[in-house]
Ligand binder design. Structure first.
Ligand code: BGC
Length: 517
């Protein structure tokens, strides 16, 4: 029925492995746990799973600090467990996407351990090592996303190294062809295992261009954004002229694309990218030019604060101007980095819990009806809210530990899934304690209980996903016409050769309707 490639309209379910399902009672989710829940996902009707990083890592940034890209962190299992996971997923016709972190690795990775040891070793140029300024200060005014400077002093080399995130996440130097080649090997290793695609973490933060490093200018239109993390001083600067989004990154994208294209079955590359102020769409356009990434992961709906329907409309309009008739964009309302959308809306709109549920379904239907693929974050299908009462001593995210109580970090959206209300720890784990606490408030929305309840958000979403697959306009035409409606409605038409489907999303009645015209 569809002439599109699978990823052009896929519904991708994001799994945060630490919090999905524990199979060995250590209080931490793992690969075997994921495998036992694949039926649940297949019955929901999604097309693919994206698993956040499970590679060997000291877990300073919970997997986004990799110390071996070819190994699995012991708490998550073994390569054999992964082989079983992917083969079961494929049996169920679910594609599997991994989260590769190319921009930086862990400071415990042997590459960095060697590189920092002297200026003459074999990995000496694998990272960004820069002389101090004459007064001893850091080479530029660059800041890290997580607060503080993006440069840390290394006494052994008498130089600074660059890290756009934690000091434990040194940025790799992509001006060095050996680094590109090593990451090519990593892609091949996982593609050979049958992986269907990658979500490429923070690709816009790859630093590929070398000297001279310029200072970032101030951001003249800085205003405090809707997300707690927007309060970081990082956003008071502009980055696209110096620190981020530099042209050399495209060499990495192009080499990854060549590798993906050398495999069968449409292997997919989706890059997480962002840009200064309103630059995100043009950044996405650059990253998805011919021969580069297939699609980018867009932040506009993730940043939606729940107040204005027009803001969503603007995001859709901007996207369709650039990407109409293509699947080169992926939308998401929630992920492991931002407060869950249910929490953002309740806070903004003071909805009752019943209306909040209706809003969840409405938003998911809207997102999935847009051009491109869409990502649903684990628990979104249950309407879960953030958990804000995690005691300080149980917090895990270094970002939150540093800035609480002003900013609680990302633990609030990362607490473990609950599966059965009546089981200990909601069925997530039989351990006495879990890595982050389970929320009692989530228990009434436990996943398996919801799947059995015909009136749950899960069931409504599942019905919608199955219905959507039968609409050629949704499957065939990547086309949105006449984005319209007053400020409480969004409506557009999806079209194929034999069907035009008028889609209306009414934020007053909190209902979605689809009419063939
Ligand atoms: C990931 C974060 C991570 C950061 C650094 C992001 O975009 O989604 O969870 O902390 O990259 O790797």
């Amino acid at each position: 029925m569809s002439s599109l490639k699978w990823w052009e309209n896929a519904v991708i379910y994001q799994i945060y492995p630490r919090s999905f399902q524990d199979s060995n009672d250590d209080g931490i989710g793992d690969l075997k746990g994921i495998t036992t829940r694949l039926n649940y996902l297949s019955e929901l009707g999604i097309d693919a799973i994206w698993i956040s990083p499970f590679f060997k890592s000291p877990q300073k940034d919970f997997g986004y600090d990799v110390s071996d890209y070819y190994e699995i962190s012991p708490e998550y299992g073994t390569l054999r467990d992964f082989d079983l996971l992917i083969s079961k997923a494929h049996e169920l016709k679910l594609r599997v996407m991994l989260d590769i972190v190319p921009a930086h690795c862990s400071s415990e990775h042997p590459w960095f351990v060697e590189s920092r040891s002297s200026t003459t070793n074999s990995k000496a140029d694998w990272f960004h090592w820069v002389q101090p300024q004459n007064d001893g200060s850091a080479p530029t005014n660059w800041l890290s996303f997580f607060g503080g400077q993006a440069w840390t002093w290394e006494p052994r080399r008498q130089q600074y190294y660059l890290h756009n995130f934690l000091p434990d996440q040194p940025n790799l130097n992509y001006a060095n062809p050996e680094v590109i080649e090593e990451f090519n090997q990593i892609a091949k290793f996982w593609f050979d295992k049958g992986v269907d695609g990658f979500r490429l973490d923070a690709v816009h933060t790859i630093n590929a261009d070398s000297f001279p490093y310029k200072n970032n200018p101030a951001n003249p239109t800085f205003k405090l954004g809707p997300l707690p993390q927007d309060q970081q001083p990082f956003f008071r600067q502009l980055h696209d002229t110096a620190q981020l989004n530099q042209p050399g990154i495209q060499e990495f994208c192009e080499s990854y694309r060549r590798i993906a294209d050398s495999y069968d079955n449409d292997r997919f590359l989706m890059g997480e990218v962002d840009g200064d102020n309103d630059n995100a769409m043009s950044v996405s356009e650059t990253f998805t030019e011919a021969g580069r990434l297939h699609a980018t992961y867009n932040f506009d709906l993730l940043e939606w604060d729940g107040l204005s329907v027009n803001e969503i409309k603007e995001a859709i309009l901007k996207a369709s101007k650039v990407f109409n008739n293509t699947g080169r964009l992926s939308f998401a309302f929630s992920n492991h980095d931002v407060p869950r959308v249910a929490t953002r809306q309740l806070k903004a709109l003071h909805l009752s819990s019943k209306d909040s549920d209706k809003m969840q379904i409405l938003l998911m239907k809207l997102q999935i009806s847009l051009i491109g693929s869409s990502c649903i974050y684990q628990g979104e299908e249950l309407g879960l809210e953030d958990v804000k009462d995690i005691p300080r001593e149980k917090m895990q995210d270094p970002w939150g530990i540093e800035f609480a109580p002003t900013f609680l970090g990302r633990d609030t959206c990362r607490t473990p899934m609950v599966w059965n209300k009546l089981l200990p720890n909601g069925g997530f784990s039989k351990a006495n304690t879990t890595w982050l606490p389970i929320s009692d408030k989530h228990l009434d929305r436990a996943a398996i209980d919801s799947a059995l309840n015909p009136n749950s958000i899960y069931s409504e979403l599942s019905k919608f996903l199955k219905w959507r697959k039968k609409q050629s306009a949704m499957m065939n035409a990547n086309c949105i016409l006449n984005i319209d409606g007053d400020d409480t409605q969004i409506s557009f038409d999806r079209q194929s050769d034999d069907q035009t489907l008028h889609c209306n999303f009414n934020f007053k009645t909190l209902t979605a309707s689809f009419k063939e015209i």
